[in-house]
Design a protein around this ligand. Structure first.
Ligand code: ZN
Length: 284
């Protein structure tokens, strides 16, 4: 008998190319408004791709973007997708005081709810910036009314990561459900398996193999993520950045859309809330 295929979570972190944390040393926050914004047209392209395949996804949307493009927020919701929060100003949770973090996540939640008319349940920290140094952030998220977070990447990385975190969804004492970004356990370490620069850098067949392994061996739903700027070949190039940042940001951007189309075809995809909150309320 064929096992029913597992529905994986497709997630998009809605931010513009100049808001990426790795660019923070090169583009000051107060220069954001002077940049050419490209996020709206890129999200519209993503919405069209998803509509073609009848896939619904979760859009972790930055408050800063939602405030400037309210009609984009409505198009996300009208497409049947889950609107979730990426915070307001794309500041790493690990750089904020508990009070500043509370203000950021509360402001973003209220803004997204006012614009969409729907409750916002999910949160993803910018740059997966919840780790052992700031576990209090989960309590803050629970107090702010979020039901789940997808803010931990259980890998070793120079900018983020909590390699000892559980690899799949788990509940914290505050009641917050954390759904980490997906990894594959191999040779005593966790390999990144679910998006970002790795997905663009390595052959698609490798990513497909990793995700299939999560579905077939771990018997778990994967959480895949990408950004609107990753499909944007025409984005303005940021001058003067170091070689590693340049490589990570721009590698294989021209191939990304084609890879995403394969990904949509090769797996079943859905929204975070429907996959993880639904299962948990049934005593899973
Ligand atoms: Zn982000």
């Amino acid at each position: 008998m064929l096992a029913p295929s597992i529905c994986n979570a497709l997630t998009i972190d809605v931010e513009d190319y100049f808001q990426v944390s790795a660019f923070a040393p090169y583009i000051r926050r107060d220069q954001w408004t002077a940049q050419e914004c490209r996020v709206e047209r890129n999200v519209d392209r993503i919405l069209a791709m998803l509509a073609e395949r009848e896939v619904q996804a979760t859009f972790f949307t930055l408050g800063w973007v939602a405030e400037r493009y309210p009609s984009l927020v409505r198009r996300i919701v009208d497409g049947g997708h889950e609107l979730a929060s990426h915070g307001y100003g794309h500041e790493r949770a690990s750089d904020l005081s508990p009070d500043a973090f509370r203000q950021d996540v509360t402001r973003a939640k209220k803004l997204l709810e006012d614009l969409s008319g729907n409750p916002v349940k999910g949160y993803r920290a910018p740059s997966f910036s919840i780790g052992t140094g700031n576990l209090w952030a989960f309590d803050t998220l629970a107090q702010a009314g979020y039901a789940y977070s997808s803010s931990v990447y259980p890998i070793r990385h120079d900018h983020y990561g909590m390699p000892d975190s559980p690899r799949f969804a788990y509940r914290l004492s505050s009641g917050m459900l954390e759904v980490p970004v997906t990894t594959v356990r191999m040779m005593n370490r966790n390999l990144p398996s679910s998006g970002g620069g790795y997905f663009r850098l390595l052959p698609y067949a490798w990513s497909r193999w990793l995700l299939r392994r999560v579905n077939s061996q771990d018997r778990e739903a994967a959480v895949f993520y990408f950004h609107p700027w990753e499909i944007d070949v025409g984005q303005p190039r940021i001058a003067g950045i170091d070689a590693k940042t340049r490589f990570r940001h721009y590698v294989n951007i021209a191939r990304m859309e084609d890879r995403l189309r394969h990904l949509l075809q090769d797996f079943r995809w859905g929204r975070m809330d429907q996959i993880f909150l639904g299962a948990m309320t049934h005593g899973g």
